[in-house]
Design a protein around this ligand. Structure first.
Ligand code: NAD
Length: 284
């Protein structure tokens, strides 16, 4: 029976440490790290995520401001707000909650954020810097995955890590981060043939797909570490992409949904905001 990876607890510990570091930053610089969160429209999931993020800022002493724009806002107006936030000295991190409405070009908006304020780590400059091994702001969810593995003493070097899903937000960066930690990495996606064959060879299995119960116990190697990134609502309940019950009979360690990767994503956003504030204040 698998041991449960308690992401909520690890995230709380990170936030406790951050409280101290944020207050030290404030004492040294005379102002707190500042995060601007931009929400377009009223997608209920986005509203919930934005409110979790703001609450976490409050908890740790990070200044946060929310810009809530109407669903019908033009791309120009959104880009102009980002321009203002880029030059606002109280703001060190800018987060545009995704997804954006269809009439707005998401990549254009992400690319308009100053890379040094890109606390989501989605800007092509940060992606590129990371790939070539330079200092960069890194995407929160995959950073959270790596921190969970580290917190539970999971060795990655030489291990076979299989990442299911290849999005720019989770799958691709998670695979690159595991590669940096010397795992041998395979990436599976919608067009992968024989998914079960591949997942069964994983020592570390990361699933970020958005399909409830896609991975079942019979697709998991005995003793594997299973990280379930999926967040799906089924009959009003949150479930992951992994069938928790059958998977926990095979895995040695497994993340629950909720309470696994989710809380870590927010903790990493706070760390990124502090990192951006430090970098910006050192370079002033
Ligand atoms: P996405 O839709 O952008 O990407 C899904 C990926 O899954 C694609 O690369 C696709 O090729 C792959 N895929 C789809 N069906 C597949 C199949 N049958 N077999 C193999 N691969 C398949 O999604 P995303 O943004 O990466 O998010 C994935 C999941 O993670 C969602 O449930 C999302 O809600 C969740 N998520 C959680 C957090 C968190 O903090 N815990 C953060 C971001 C996303």
């Amino acid at each position: 029976m698998a041991k449960i990876i308690d992401g909520k607890k690890v995230a709380e510990e990170i936030k406790e440490n951050l409280k101290v570091e944020v207050s030290e930053f404030r004492e040294k610089n005379g102002f707190p790290p500042g995060l601007a969160v931009v929400q377009v429209g009223n997608n209920p999931a986005s509203t919930a995520y934005v409110s979790f993020k703001q609450k976490a800022c409050e908890q740790t002493g990070i200044y946060s401001v929310k810009h809530h724009l109407d669903e019908s806002v033009s791309e120009e107006e959104l880009l102009s707000l980002i321009g203002k936030l880029n030059s606002d000295s109280k703001i060190h991190g800018i987060l545009v909650q995704l997804p954006l409405p269809e009439h707005i070009d998401e990549q254009k908006v992400i690319s308009a954020i100053a890379p040094e304020k890109d606390v989501d780590g989605f800007h092509p400059v940060n992606v590129g810097r990371f790939v070539v091994g330079m200092e960069a702001l890194l995407p929160c969810t995959p950073r959270g995955i790596i921190r969970l593995l580290e917190s539970y003493g999971v060795e990655t070097e030489g291990k076979h890590a299989v990442v299911v899903g290849r999005s720019n937000i989770v799958g691709k960066p998670a695979a690159l981060m595991l590669l940096k930690k010397n795992a041998t990495v395979s990436i599976a996606h919608r067009r992968t043939k024989n998914l079960a064959e591949l997942t069964k060879s994983a020592d570390i299995l990361v699933v970020a797909v958005g399909r409830p119960g896609l991975v079942t116990g019979d697709m998991i190697k005995e003793g594997a570490v299973v990280i379930d990134v999926g967040i799906n609502k089924v009959d009003g309940k949150l479930v992951g992409d992994v069938d928790f019950e059958s998977a926990s009979e095979k895995a040695s360690l497994i993340t629950p949904v909720p309470g696994g990767v989710g809380p870590m994503t927010i903790a990493m956003l706070l760390e990124n905001t502090l990192q951006a504030a430090r970098m910006l204040s050192e370079n002033r």
